[in-house]
Design a protein around this ligand. Structure first.
Ligand SMILES: NC(=O)c1ccc[n+]([C@@H]2O[C@H](COP(=O)([O-])OP(=O)(O)OC[C@H]3O[C@@H](n4cnc5c(N)ncnc54)[C@H](O)[C@@H]3O)[C@@H](O)[C@H]2O)c1
Ligand SMILES: O=c1ccn([C@@H]2O[C@H](COP(=O)(O)OP(=O)(O)O[C@H]3O[C@H](CO)[C@H](O)[C@H](O)[C@H]3O)[C@@H](O)[C@H]2O)c(=O)[nH]1
Length: 327
């Protein structure tokens, strides 16, 4: 069985949907930002906190867990600056409790959701895993700290791990049953789509004076299902002992500016956005685009979904959510 911690969240629920086709799955989630309704019915659900050692002991003693996938975290950059304690506590301290429980229960395989925020503000066109790590906010620092802990746990206790550094995750499952649901929502694509559905008055574009062709920030958007498939390949690599430790970027390798993303949303939805141009948001790097060559070469991963596919799937989900609320 595979334990998915944080499987009731946006990214975790997309992984669970794919993983239940291949493996038995247990989800552990405290529902602090996730939703029980996002968890596939075929998975066992345990409601609890990953920082609670007795809950972990119960899970590891009850189920024959051969690997843990860890999605649970707080992940709002601004909040991490205002309330770093919450971030070090939940993202680092609770994760340490989980890792110690794994060691004590002799569970050897771990897959960790990290982030492009570990790189800080790199000044290169394509970011590969060799770029230096210089996180500029507590959120990014917490993720890098866990990466360091993993390195030491691997050396000392033989823990095998794959770290996946996601770029900008977006899109919804093709079934239309699950999609991105954050409260508050801070991510660009859901914000644009909520606006185009009449749920927000306008969209704010944060900064038009970046050193990019149209002056707005460039990001690399990756579909949640492509990400889920990368996790499954990483899991297979660990279980088949092809890898003991690895760190991979996950992005599409194509950058789109904020203006381009808005235009694509307008094309897909055939609606026009009302846009307000405002000051830069603190801490936003001008450009973050992944080189995902390493995971393509080593695990054979290929992203399948374009920006248009991502937006079409997200639009399908957001529209349905609005319709179901009206019934
Ligand atoms: N969404 C993105 O664009 C993105 C980008 C880079 C990295 N990540 C990372 O991917 C992971 C998933 O992100 P997401 O967008 O799905 O977030 P999310 O908030 O939707 O999901 C996180 C899940 O973890 C659960 N959780 C949090 N703390 C917990 C705890 N102490 N015990 C048990 N459950 C707990 C929440 O209830 C939620 O279901 C996070 O680690 C995040 O840092 C996300
Ligand atoms: O209302 C909005 C929301 C976002 N943006 C812009 O759109 C781009 C994308 O912003 P998101 O908030 O959607 O995503 P980020 O690039 O800030 O964040 C992503 O990358 C981070 C690493 O840098 C973290 O990993 C985080 O979890 C992940 O979602 C940024 O330039 C942002 O300034 C706007 O202009 N208006």
């Amino acid at each position: 069985m595979i334990l998915v911690v944080g499987g009731a969240g946006y990214v975790g629920s997309h992984l669970v949907k794919e993983l239940v086709e291949k493996e038995k799955v247990v989800v552990l989630d405290n529902l602090s930002t996730g939703f029980k309704s996002l968890i596939d019915d075929r998975a066992v659900f345990v409601e609890g906190d990953l920082g609670n050692r007795s809950v972990l002991d119960e899970v590891f003693s009850t189920y024959p867990i051969k690997a843990v996938m860890h999605f649970a975290a707080n992940s709002l950059v601004g909040e991490s600056v205002e309330n770093p304690y919450k971030y070090y506590e939940n993202n680092v301290s609770a994760t340490l409790t989980l890792l110690k429980a794994m060691v004590d229960h002799n569970v050897k395989n771990f897959i960790f959701s990290s982030t492009a925020a570990t790189y800080g503000t790199p000044n290169v066109d394509l970011i590969d895993e060799g770029q230096p790590n210089n996180p500029i906010n507590p959120y990014g620092k917490t993720k890098l700290m866990v990466e360091h802990i993993l390195e030491d746990f691997s050396a000392a206790y033989g823990l095998n791990y794959v770290v996946l550094r996601y770029f900008n995750v977006a899109g919804a499952h093709h079934s239309g049953t699950i999609g991105e649901s954050h409260d508050p929502e801070t991510h660009l694509i859901p914000i644009i789509l909520q606006h185009l559905l009449g749920q927000r008055e306008e969209i704010s574009v944060f900064g038009t004076d970046y050193n990019t062709p149209d002056g707005t920030c460039i990001r690399d958007y990756i579909h949640a299902t492509d990400l889920a498939n990368a996790h499954i390949l990483a899991l297979e690599a660990l279980l088949e002992e092809k890898k003991k430790t690895a760190i991979y970027n996950l992005g599409n390798g194509n950058g789109f500016s904020v203006k381009e993303v808005i235009e694509t949303c307008e094309q897909v939805t055939e609606r026009t956005a009302t846009i307000q141009y405002v000051e830069r948001r603190a801490g936003d790097p001008a450009k973050l685009v992944a080189s995902s060559e390493k995971i393509q070469a080593e695990l054979g991963w290929e992203p399948k979904f374009s920006l248009t596919d991502i937006i079409e799937s997200a639009w399908n989900w957001h529209r349905q959510t609005v319709l179901s609320k009206q019934v």
